[in-house]
Design a protein around this ligand. Structure first.
Ligand SMILES: [Zn+2]
Ligand SMILES: [Zn+2]
Length: 176
């Protein structure tokens, strides 16, 4: 999801390009996003490139109850401005990199020296903000038996605690 924006940067204010995203992946600490599809629109601003994007992807996490894989479908809408590392955008640009740095308004998103703009970080942040705090493999996941560690989704064990709500299982651990 890297796009060369040299032509956009040397073009007139307001020109834009639309790209579609198909079956891309983003890997990050604590979970991955797969099967990402959607579209991004890149528009030349007086300071750089405005990214507007819409994407759907599957967030891959660990189930909070049974620790198996939990797949959560996520939708995100992102809007972020990217600034060129090269700085001087020539006529029509209102801001140079030097000024941004001096004002300590250091932006998070840069277009690199080769004028490549990587949309992954913006989309990653978008997906993370849509990821629920608790991810489950299925809404009624029965979790793990706190006595024997058995995954109760497949063959429930015979332990006496088996009827305890898995959400309360953590409390049991505290008592022991
Ligand atoms: Zn589960
Ligand atoms: Zn058990």
């Amino acid at each position: 999801m890297i796009y060369n924006v040299a032509a956009l940067l040397s073009g007139e204010l307001g020109i834009s390009r639309v790209y579609s995203i198909e079956d891309e992946s983003i890997t990050h600490e604590g979970g991955d996003f797969h099967g990402i599809s959607g579209s991004v629109k890149l528009t030349r601003t007086d300071r750089g490139i405005l990214l507007r994007g819409k994407a759907t992807g599957a967030g891959i996490n660990e189930c909070a109850r049974c620790l198996e894989t939990a797949v959560t479908v996520l939708h995100t809408v992102v809007e972020d401005e990217y600034f060129p590392v090269n700085g001087d955008l020539g006529p029509g640009s209102s801001l140079l990199r030097q000024e941004i740095v001096e004002e300590e308004e250091i932006p998070e998103f840069w277009i690199d020296e080769a004028n490549d703009l990587d949309t992954s970080e913006a989309l990653r942040q978008g997906f993370i903000s849509e990821t629920p705090l608790v991810n489950l493999c299925k809404p009624d996941c029965a979790g793990i038996c706190p006595e024997c560690g058995n995954n109760q989704n497949t063959n429930p064990c015979e332990c006496e605690v088996r009827n305890i709500d898995p959400r309360l299982a953590g409390l049991l651990d505290l008592k022991i």
